[in-house]
Design a protein around this ligand. Structure first.
Ligand SMILES: Nc1nc2c(c(=O)[nH]1)N[C@H]1C(S)=C(S)[C@@H](COP(=O)(O)OP(=O)(O)OC[C@H]3O[C@@H](n4cnc5c(=O)[nH]c(N)nc54)[C@H](O)[C@@H]3O)O[C@H]1N2
Ligand SMILES: Nc1nc2c(c(=O)[nH]1)N[C@H]1C(S)=C(S)[C@@H](COP(=O)(O)OP(=O)(O)OC[C@H]3O[C@@H](n4cnc5c(=O)[nH]c(N)nc54)[C@H](O)[C@@H]3O)O[C@H]1N2
Ligand code: SF4
Ligand SMILES: [Mo]
Length: 594
């Protein structure tokens, strides 16, 4: 007997999984997979111990007792649900319905892709997903701040035979395969996109015909690009005209797809960067054309009517003031490690009377919680998997049973029953509410927002708007006083000794789930040795890491993957200009021998 489900982990690919004779394997027929699952699923997930027993005040108790403690905690005046993305199935949101009933709070904003998504909305109105078949039909692929072989590996077959441009501060695996690789200074992508637009206008390679119909503001955008001084900017971004020339050779009159990742937008200016990249794509006329487009983390729920929509009040997910609440339910997340500015977060969480952790694994947050509720894994419950990387939707079937834990639906049902509330439909009702809105394409379900050629009619909700070019850029970070302290300390030295801190994803984890790390990657010219312990500090905090020398790094960057214990002691809890997003990389760090 075989059954199909989908991987529920937070990942672009949303692989389908076949369960056959007690074994799991990938679905070779699924458009977003090649039959192979990744090492995270095959190995690291199995090796990670799950929480098997509920706890209250440090003591193991029965599930009934733990749930009773949860109910009592929700009798308090002010409560908050802070949900992470440990499982991205839609049923995670069913708990919102209970929060609505008790007048509780939810969060708004994003630890992930919110700044970039806001920039996309500025230009296009809505953030539609670029279908996989358009990537397939392209001639040139620009991988821009997306670590494809690690975070989106099932897209690799789509790149075969294509010209490849990679823009990244790190010589990643995908960069090594590139026809052109720009090892750029971090946080300069806005300028790169503007300069590329400017050069395209200068050499008359712009797609005027397309712009006249869909983006008539292009004359103003041309003027805007001309306000940017070429010489000064090239110096600032550390690139020369030859670099731009090599990229332009591939962009002219080709079918081009940009695969933009989270890396370019972990800054206060993240929205401007995506808006500038989209504006570049518009100059080339890449929207609505076969084999062309910009792919970013799409809005997976676009086009769906969400049965879990509520009218709850919301507080920021990025700098959440947990201690304002009597009861905080952390579901599917690990804020004590994954949120920026760990010193602040831990202090805030310590101020919560009833911290409830509802999750699978022991982590920094579960250790602080007064009540711990074990969850079911995505193999053990019914759900629906949407994707931010492609258009396909999969019904997640329950394929294994376990005595451990409780599903989000059953948890919610328990609370509705205990509080004597009405209005919760059956689990099946909600599953169907999502699945019944999908359409079918080549035997697979696809999102109701699916269009073969997004934006071919135009932009905005109804496709009747024009594309809006970027027309301003606010940056109060670079060349301001924020780093005076660090600059002063290194004043007697010839140059700024602080390094940009990059924190991309790891092959061995999904965020803080599964294998954790303790390394910092540094270019050997900085003089540190492999295995050496260093104290890394920023204006927000400090932590000790172990050096791993890497020639693939720029000398002005340090890299600590986001599964590394202690990383977020270094990061700021500031919020992006647009999109209410975290700005993990808006920070420079100092390295000293520990
Ligand atoms: N420095 C730095 N920090 C970052 C980032 C970065 O780039 N740099 N990236 C950020 C990004 S993009 C993201 S998305 C966030 C992610 O941060 P979080 O959303 O906090 O996710 P995780 O830290 O992976 O924690 C997920 C937890 O979910 C639980 N879980 C898994 N499956 C289930 C389930 O089915 N039910 C329940 N109830 N629980 C489950 C597991 O116990 C696991 O510990 O991290 C952010 N943190
Ligand atoms: N194995 C694995 N897969 C995952 C995850 C995981 O934890 N592990 N997490 C999932 C989640 S939650 C998300 S949001 C996605 C994110 O996946 P991606 O979009 O790939 O994002 P990151 O891994 O954060 O970083 C991508 C690249 O951006 C580069 N970069 C950093 N700063 C800059 C910059 O200023 N400019 C440019 N051009 N590049 C820069 C980094 O060096 C890195 O190579 O991955 C998902 N997939
Ligand atoms: S983590 Fe990503 S690549 Fe791995 S099986 Fe899940 S969806 Fe596929
Ligand atoms: Mo994410």
């Amino acid at each position: 007997m075989s059954e199909k489900t989908a991987c529920g982990l937070d990942c672009y690919d949303a692989c389908n999984i076949i369960y056959e004779d007690g074994k799991m394997h990938g679905d070779a027929n699924h458009p977003a997979g090649n039959g192979a699952l990744c090492a995270v699923l095959n190995k690291y997930m199995d090796e990670t111990e799950r929480i098997s027993k509920p706890r209250v005040d440090g003591k193991e108790v029965s599930l009934e007792e733990a749930l009773a403690a949860v109910a009592e905690a929700f009798n308090k005046e002010k409560s908050l649900l802070w949900r992470g993305s440990g499982n991205v199935g839609v049923m995670q949101e069913v708990t919102d319905l209970f929060m609505e009933q008790i007048g509780g709070y939810l969060t708004k904003g994003s630890l992930c892709d919110g700044a970039g998504a806001a920039g996309i909305e500025e230009g296009r109105g809505i953030n539609k997903t670029l279908p996989l078949e358009q990537i397939q039909k392209s001639e040139v692929v620009v991988v821009w701040g997306r670590n494809l072989t690690v975070t989106n590996s099932h897209l690799m077959p789509y790149l075969e035979g294509k010209k490849l441009i990679v823009i990244d501060p790190v010589r990643t695996e995908i960069a090594k395969k590139a026809d052109v690789f720009l090892q750029v200074a971090p946080r300069t992508d806005y300028y790169i996109a503007i300069m590329l637009s400017r050069f395209i206008f200068m050499e008359d390679s712009e797609n005027k015909e397309w712009m006249e119909e869909f983006a008539p503001g292009f004359e103003d955008y041309y003027d805007y690009t001309r306000e940017h001084r070429i010489k000064a900017i090239l110096k600032y971004i550390d690139l020369d005209l030859g670099d731009f020339g090599r990229v332009l050779n591939y962009l002219r009159d080709r079918k081009v797809v940009f695969l933009v990742g989270a890396g370019v937008q972990k800054y206060s200016t993240g929205s401007y960067t995506l808006h500038a990249i989209d504006s570049l794509a518009a100059v080339l006329g890449l929207f609505g054309r076969e084999g062309c487009g910009v792919s970013y983390l799409g809005d997976s729920k676009l086009g769906f009517k969400n049965p879990f929509e509520t009218t709850c009040k919301r507080v920021s997910k990025v700098d959440t003031e947990f201690s304002d609440f009597d009861t905080v339910l952390v579901q599917g997340g690990n804020p004590a490690a994954s949120m920026p500015d760990t010193n602040r977060v831990v202090e805030e969480l310590e101020g919560v009377e009833n911290l409830i952790y509802f999750g699978l694994h022991e982590n920094e947050t579960s250790k602080m919680a007064r009540i711990v509720i074990p969850a079911k894994t995505f193999y053990e419950k019914e759900d629906v998997r949407l994707s931010y990387g492609h258009q396909y939707v999969t019904a997640m079937k329950k394929i294994t049973e376990s005595d451990i834990g409780i599903s989000e639906y059953d948890f919610t049902k328990y609370l509705f029953d205990t509080f004597d509330l009405s209005g919760l439909e059956s689990e099946e009702y909600y599953i169907n509410a999502w699945l019944s809105q999908c359409e079918e394409l080549n035997g697979e379900l696809v999102s109701p927002a699916y269009e073969a050629l997004p934006y071919s009619d135009g932009f905005g909700d109804d496709g009747e708007d024009e594309f809006e070019f970027i027309e301003d850029f606010n940056d109060d970070f670079v060349n301001t006083k924020r780093f005076t302290k660090y600059r002063k300390e290194s004043q007697n030295k010839p140059k700024d000794e602080t390094l940009w801190l990059l924190s991309p994803k790891s092959k061995k984890s999904i965020n803080t789930q599964f294998l954790r790390d303790n390394k910092i990657q540094l270019n050997p010219v900085l003089g540190f040795k492999d295995g050496e312990k260093v104290k890394v500090s920023s204006e927000h905090g400090e932590y000790i890491f172990e050096v791993q020398c890497s020639e693939y790094m720029r000398a002005d960057c340090a890299l600590i993957t986001n599964n590394t214990i202690g990383i977020n002691y270094l990061t700021p809890s500031i919020i992006s200009d647009e999109g209410e997003s975290a700005c993990y990389q808006e920070v420079k760090v100092k390295i000293e021998r520990a």
